[in-house]
Design a protein around this ligand. Structure first.
Ligand code: BG6
Length: 476
């Protein structure tokens, strides 16, 4: 068994979580810069200061042998008000980043939008139900395609749109409770906007490829009961297929439409929008995949989520509560998952194998793993080493299963682990780490303003280097 030639081994990041420089050189705030933080967590203002360290970071990625670096562009760095005037300093920054990647033969895989809506747009249009938000997004795409058509071969339209909708947290503030009609109307407009972006990319950048980047998993039934099986099918339609069916086929799964109708929701779909989706034809499917879900059937239970408004969303109980879908199912802990020998933490090595096979068959498109990883609080030893054996154990088993998946027919183009370099978690500050490179920083924002944020290679850095060098043959 082997990985295909040209397999895109790499790592991922997002602008707000790695860049810092939140108020530098004309950048305006995004909604994440004013987000209510969970107790004890740092903001996204300084992150890992990639803004000043990008040359060093990309050199470290090159040392690991990266073929691809998945990153995102900060919309409010390039267009501070979200629409209108373009900030040349922002355009130049990413030009420099792309040039640095190409210097080492690293292909930038660029997410156009990763959670960080320009604050000015939210203040002006409030939600994506206002179609002017979609117009602003498409114009932002036009600016990117015009400026970077020679620098970027792989574009991703939108990170994890489906999770924001599934968790009803479209504004990233973890309010948890929004009416279903508004949330799914937003989802539809966001999909229509992505379809327009895909078409525009094909027109403006004929040498580039573009696809979405949702978080896609496969739902397993809790038991062999037919009702649990149906819950799993319905959950897959709601959580996963709704988004990819729209962009690949121009239609929504019937079970999801029926589920919405049962709750009195009819989507606000306007003339030509489904046709736009049906005709956009993404070139590949990028998807983030950490763990499959397991659900048991539940009926139309009463749900009271009001206590979640403004709550600490780093708690697992918060996420589990939002995963409970009356009329569909409730998430349960899957006991078949192995535990990493080093720290006893459960993980799911099968998620990519199973889901990539499913997507290859369902859509007939190549897939790119845009995120998968293991977030743990690493320890920097006095001698500058970081022994993250648990991360190696997770990656080894996941890559092993991915390789089997490829031999079974999954058409996987590449694997970008989350994350290339340590960055700030969306819910748990910088204490939970994911990178191959340790960034020396704490949760103390003020202390980080001008901190050196020195970089250290973790044990997983050297392990991943061997994996890439052997094109996945050496996983020991
Ligand atoms: C994905 C996101 O959901 O998971 C990333 O695309 C995020 O932005 C990653 O960082 C890990 O989740 P968390 O909550 O630890 O940041």
């Amino acid at each position: 068994m082997a990985f295909p030639d040209g397999f895109l081994w790499g790592g991922s990041s997002s602008a707000s979580q790695i860049e810092g420089g939140w108020d530098l050189d004309g950048r305006a705030p995004s909604i994440l810069d004013v987000k209510k933080l969970n107790p004890g967590c740092c903001s996204f203002h300084y992150s890992s200061d990639f803004y000043h360290h990008y040359k060093e970071d990309i050199a470290l990625m090159a040392e690991m042998g990266f073929k691809a670096f998945r990153m995102s562009i900060s919309w409010s760095r390039v267009i501070p008000a979200g629409e209108g005037e373009v900030n040349q300093a922002g355009i130049d920054f990413y030009k420099d980043v792309f040039a640095e990647c190409h210097k080492y033969g690293i292909e930038p895989v660029v997410t156009i939008y990763h959670f960080d809506l320009p604050l000015a747009l939210r203040e002006k249009y409030h939600t994506w139900q206002d179609r002017r938000m979609a117009d602003a997004y498409v114009e932002y795409c036009r600016v990117l395609f015009e400026n970077y058509r020679d620098d970027v071969k792989y574009w991703l339209t939108y990170n994890e749109q489906n999770m924001l909708i599934y968790f009803c947290a479209a504004d990233m503030n973890g309010t948890g409770v929004t009416d279903l009609k508004s949330v799914y109307d937003e989802a539809h407009v966001q999909l229509w906007a992505q379809a327009r972006a895909i078409k525009l990319c094909h027109e403006m950048c004929p040498d580039s490829k573009i696809g979405p980047a949702p978080n896609i998993t496969t739902t397993l039934p809790a038991t062999a009961s037919p009702e649990d099986y149906l819950a799993a099918l319905n959950n897959d339609d709601l959580r996963n297929n709704f988004y990819l069916d729209a962009l690949c086929w121009g239609r929504y799964p019937k079970s999801t439409i029926a589920w919405l109708e049962h709750q009195g929701v009819e989507l606000d779909i306007r003339e030509g929008e489904m046709e736009m989706m049906a005709s956009c034809h993404p070139d590949f499917i990028g998807f983030n995949c950490y763990a499959n879900d397991t659900v048991e059937h539940i009926g139309w239970i009463e749900q009271d989520l009001s206590s979640l408004v403004g709550a600490d969303n780093s708690k697992m109980s918060y996420l589990m509560a939002l995963m409970e879908k009356p009329g569909i199912g409730r998430a349960i802990v899957n006991e078949y998952r192995p535990k990493a020998p080093s720290d006893g933490h459960p993980f799911d090595p099968w998620c990519i194998r199973i889901t990539a096979r499913r997507l290859t068959d369902r859509y007939g498109l190549p897939v790119l793993i845009t995120e998968n990883g293991y977030g743990r609080p690493d320890t920097l030893e006095e001698d500058g080493t970081v022994h993250d054996q648990y991360r190696i154990e997770h990656l080894r088993e996941t890559i092993r299963q991915m390789e089997i998946g490829i031999s079974e027919g999954a058409d996987i183009m590449g694997y970008c682990a989350w994350s290339a370099v340590d960055l700030v978690s969306t819910r748990e500050g910088c204490t939970k780490r994911y990178g191959f490179v340790y960034v020396d920083r704490t949760e103390d924002d003020e202390a980080m303003r001008n901190a050196p944020m020195k970089r250290y290679r973790k044990d997983s850095f050297y392990w991943y280097q061997k994996v890439i060098e052997s094109n996945g043959a050496d996983l020991d």
